[in-house]
Design a protein around this ligand. Structure first.
Ligand code: NAD
Ligand code: DAU
Length: 355
């Protein structure tokens, strides 16, 4: 089996759902259930004995060590993190706690566990750390896309905390030989994305008749990847990546924020026209910029494509259409997130269960 951390969040939950849809290898899912963790996303796995959910913190060394000793996973995939840049600007401490200290403690527990393994179990063990392209900093318009060899220049408390965690992961390989893999992915989008992030926020605000807040001039560029393509990349790196290596993951989809918002509005004009027949574009509002806002990210994904044969399945056009349709079809999930009712899911579904 494998141990997934942060598997109730956006990417982690998509990963767990896809993993169990494709194979019978069980998953222990360790998640603290912060505001971003939502077990309702995993409702289809209720009663599925291949999914063992444990509410807990990656920084709880005793808990992690006991999970490793009890379940003997062949790999750890670390998604657990504080992930929202705006929140890191208002309150960086939780980012340091989880992304830096939490990753450190997880590495320590993994090192101790791995140190006790022998034979193939030891050789085949992997610690896969899920990171971000934001660690490389901001690109100018004509700069080449980020390669794995770019130096780290993180600009926000979030990206600085992820950079620190990446350095720790690297050091545990270099110093102790822990078989680690790191993936640095660009912006994800798709089902179950918490509506604080650009794409889901624009969809749910549009539907609610609210403003669509575009930061600054809206010309910042992000490189978008459909979440299920990120999940397939992680599976591929876990299967065939070389320990100690890092892999940039992206779909060659650079878009300016304002273009993303227009695309969403136009899709919604087709799929769910406004009652007054006007375009959702009329709801776009330019607002004050994010402090320290990175101008452009772009991923050069040639290494993972050439060395591991990975390619995304979705284009931006197919992925964004699926995403808008998913939000239109899953209004209950959105409503429960917005009202906070998703947090009651834990008590309702797990409160009376034996551990
Ligand atoms: P998310 O915020 O949606 O989910 C994070 C999950 O981690 C939540 O379920 C939360 O409860 C859990 N968590 C937080 N602190 C924890 C702790 N101390 N112990 C255990 N669980 C904890 O994040 P996401 O967008 O799914 O991102 C997952 C990972 O991928 C993160 O490491 C992030 O840095 C990275 N990443 C995200 C993107 C993106 O576009 N969303 C892109 C590249 C990389
Ligand atoms: O690049 C990968 C990163 O992508 C991940 O590591 C992060 O975890 C993830 O949150 C994401 O970070 P961003 O800051 O790029 O994502 P966000 O959705 O917050 O913002 C995307 C862009 O849209 C960014 O340029 C800011 C802008 N924006 C965002 C919001 C929420 C707006 O213009 N208006 C908004 O309301």
């Amino acid at each position: 089996m494998i141990l997934v951390t942060g598997g109730a969040g956006f990417i982690g939950a998509n990963f767990v759902l896809d993993w169990l849809a494709q194979k019978d290898e069980p998953v222990i899912n360790l998640d603290k259930l912060t505001y971003a963790g939502n077990l309702e996303t995993l409702a289809s796995l209720q009663g599925d004995c291949r999914h063992i959910f444990v509410q807990g913190d990656i920084g709880d060394s005793a808990l992690v060590s006991s999970l490793l000793a009890q379940h003997k996973p062949r790999a750890i995939v670390n998604f657990a993190a504080e992930s929202h840049v705006d929140r890191s600007i208002h309150g960086p401490e939780a980012f340091i706690e989880t992304n830096v200290v939490g990753t450190f403690r997880l590495l320590e527990a993994a090192k101790a566990y791995w140190g006790e393994l022998s034979g193939d179990d030891k050789t085949d063990f992997r610690f896969l750390h899920v990171s971000t392209d934001e660690v490389y900093g901001s690109l100018a318009k004509d700069d080449s896309a980020f390669r794995e060899t770019n130096r780290y220049e993180p600009n926000s408390p979030y990206s600085a905390s992820k950079a620190a965690s990446d350095h720790l992961v690297r050091a545990y390989h270099h110093t102790y030989g822990l078989p680690v893999l790191t993936t640095n992915c660009s912006n994800n989008y798709g089902p179950y994305h918490f509506p604080e992030k650009l794409i889901p926020l624009m969809i749910v605000n549009a539907l609610a008749g609210k403003n669509l807040p575009v930061y600054g001039d809206g010309q910042q560029i992000r490189d978008w990847l459909y979440v299920k393509d990120h999940c397939s990349a992680i599976r591929r790196v876990l299967e065939a990546g070389t320990p100690g290596e890092t892999y940039n993951v992206g779909g060659w989809n650079e878009k300016a924020n304002i273009d993303i918002v227009h695309t969403i509005c136009k899709l919604m004009d087709q799929l769910r026209p406004r009652d007054d027949g006007r375009s959702y574009c009329e709801q776009i509002t330019f607002v004050a910029d994010r402090p320290g806002h990175d101008r452009r990210y772009a991923i050069d994904a040639r290494k993972i494509e050439q060395e591991l044969g990975w390619k995304p399945a979705e284009t931006f056009d197919t992925g964004i259409r699926k995403t808008v349709q998913w939000y239109l079809d899953n209004q209950d999930w959105v409503r429960n997130v917005q009202s906070g009712a998703y947090r009651e899911w834990v008590e309702k579904n797990y409160g009376r269960r034996a551990p």
